[in-house]
Design a protein around this ligand. Structure first.
Ligand code: NAP
Length: 298
């Protein structure tokens, strides 16, 4: 598909956004594809008026002032009520990270799930498709969906068990035969310990480890990680979270979320402009430390 715009106004809404690398990725993609445009950050804190502020953003999409909008923490689910249609993936997940306007209708898409699956290929995983996912928010929904679609058994460990139950119920229609899940509190040491057996992957899908929680660990530090497991932290800033550091000190491979960020960005850019820019090309816009991480992890 050829680009239909002469200039692309793209952006990201969420909070906090000070750490975001999305502008450099999309500005690199615009440059590589020879398109005019910009990518702007729209911080919208979680306050009582955040739905009205999100509505101002969706108005910009409807009016053509914006061509593409990424949505991040904490609005991936809040924004659903403002949209006309959801892609089948976004519908199944119940969270969106990408919104655009097509034929006058606002469409919500989720590129986190396919982006995560592409990045998962790069992990040194053993054959046991058993994962523990920490958290049950917007990103966890995409990750759990992607995992169960590809035959993983998933243990969701969340501080609000009712949020994990709601996630599992919402996704139950998407479970292929044979996939299963279990739920516990993220502090339930006995259940976590039991499920660590045969587990090959622990994913942090909470903000614990990023500002202002950089000194915190979403994992119970007195619960040792067994050999043969891999840690994947969705956080990419800081590039090494406390969880990752603890894992590496124990000889466990640990990845940050830079691969997911780049893969979902490449898919978002293609949706908005119709132009394919590879994730490796987009990653060239990143600061050096993240380029190294991306290359090492790819
Ligand atoms: P979200 O929708 O707000 O969900 C966060 C989840 O973490 C919720 O289940 C929340 O529980 C839980 N949580 C929050 N603080 C916690 C704490 N102190 N202890 C235990 N659990 C806690 O956020 P999200 O959009 O899913 O994002 C989660 C993380 O993933 C963020 O760090 C985000 O930056 C990262 N992420 C990275 C990428 C990437 O491209 N690499 C993509 C998406 C997300 P409550 O509801 O009880 O607060």
């Amino acid at each position: 598909m050829k680009p239909s715009q002469s200039t692309y106004s793209l952006g990201l809404c969420g909070f906090p956004l000070g750490h975001s690398l999305s502008p450099v990725l999309h500005e690199k993609a615009l440059q590589i594809s020879g398109l005019e445009g910009s990518y702007t950050l729209y911080p919208i804190p979680p306050q009582p008026d955040s739905l009205q502020r999100l509505a101002l953003m969706t108005d910009k999409l409807r009016s053509g002032e914006l061509q593409g909008l990424n949505v991040t923490i904490p609005h991936k689910q809040t924004i659903l009520s403002l949209l006309d249609d959801l892609s089948p993936t976004a519908q199944a997940i119940g969270a969106v990270n990408n919104v655009y306007c097509e034929n006058g209708r606002l469409i919500g898409e989720n590129t986190d799930a396919p982006g995560f699956l592409t990045d998962l290929i790069n992990l040194p995983l053993n054959a046991d498709k058993r994962a523990i996912v920490l958290g049950a928010g917007g990103a966890a929904r995409a990750v759990v969906y992607a995992l169960i679609q590809t035959g993983w058994h998933v243990h969701i460990a969340a501080r609000r068990v009712e949020q994990a139950v709601e996630l599992a119920q919402a996704l139950s229609g998407s479970f292929p035969t044979g996939a299963d899940y279990m739920i516990s509190s993220h502090l339930d040491q006995t259940t976590l310990q039991k499920n660590l057996k045969n587990c090959s992957l622990i994913i942090n899908a909470t903000p614990v480890g990023m500002e202002p929680h950089v000194n915190e660990n979403p994992w119970l530090e007195n619960l040792p990680l067994p050999d043969g497991i891999c840690v994947y932290d969705l956080i990419y800033n800081p590039p090494e979270t406390r969880f990752m550091r603890t894992a590496r000190l124990a000889g466990i491979p640990a990845r940050n979320g830079i691969g997911l960020l780049v893969e979902q960005a490449a898919l978002s850019f293609k949706k908005w402009t119709g132009v394919t820019v590879s994730s490796a090309e987009m990653a060239c816009g990143l600061p050096e430390i993240y380029q190294d991480d991306f290359r090492r992890q790819s």
